[in-house]
Design a protein. Sequence first.
Length: 353
Amino acid sequence: MTDSCLPTVLLIGNFLSAHGGSRNVCEELAMRLSEGGWKVITSSRHPQRLLRLLDMCLTAWRVRSRYDVAQIDVFSGPAFLWAEAVAGVMSFLRKPYILTLHGGNLPVFARRWPGRVQRLLASAAVVTTPSRYLLEEMARYRADIILLPNALDLSLYQPRLTTQPVRPRLIWLRALHRIYNPVLAAQVVDRLRHDWPDVHLTMVGPDKGDGSFGDLQHFVADSNLQAHVSYIGGVPKEEVPVWLQRGDIFLNTANVDNTPVSVIEAMACGLCVVSTNVGGIPYLLDHEQDALLVPPNDPDAMADAVRRILAEPDLAAQLSRNARCKAEQFDWETILPQWERLLTEVVTRRRTQ
């Protein structure tokens, strides 16, 4: 299909990077499709939740004559209502749409509201998810869900040399929110500093305002860790590889997780990953092959995993090498054509009905 014949796509999600948030997958997809010649409309950029919901619904209605297919991000909790509302508008307009399932808590939400979830998923032309975990957990609500992984531009992430010794340089990259348990990373440093006095943790990510940042600051101050922990705040997407490459070991401390792009980015840099084994993480990472997995909210177990990496160079080299190899599966050069084929197929199917 030539560029002039490409369908116009409406992408519904949280386009909030202009307000200090990180550039998420829907923004990356919009950018990649636009660069490929697709006409793309997006919603919404409003930082306030209610206004964002209204803008999503109004955009779906207002530009109804301009788009051929839509893609809607689906999360659990109050955000599920957004997907229901926008899907309702598009069903009324008889517009085809693709739902993309996100979030490690979605299976829990679905068990609480099975009817709502099943109705929404049944209404879509196609349902996708970036996570094998969600693919399996949500199959009871729709059997033909398609796996389309989150993607990144692998050329931006230069892997560390596996021949270099691993230093006690820890990196944490996530939004500061309770579900990601940022204080656990500082607790790990507290347990390591006596054996490795030069241990240092760099924490990168925006403060989500739920009190997690304050808890982290209090723990760092009370434990006298100021020389060992640096908080950078949120950074532009293009700076993420630079910060990751300053560390050797990546900590993922989440209590709830799915298929986090931050972990894939760390793998692309060849960092040694230590992660909690929650949600979709065991579907993404293989213990002792490309990462070390530990129980959630267990600082002793996570600190012991870091000790293994620092003390066992062969293990560290294996984790680094295998992590980079796995990350190569998530390159945009592989994933974008899958999105383009899917969008084109949905539009073609609707036009022939």
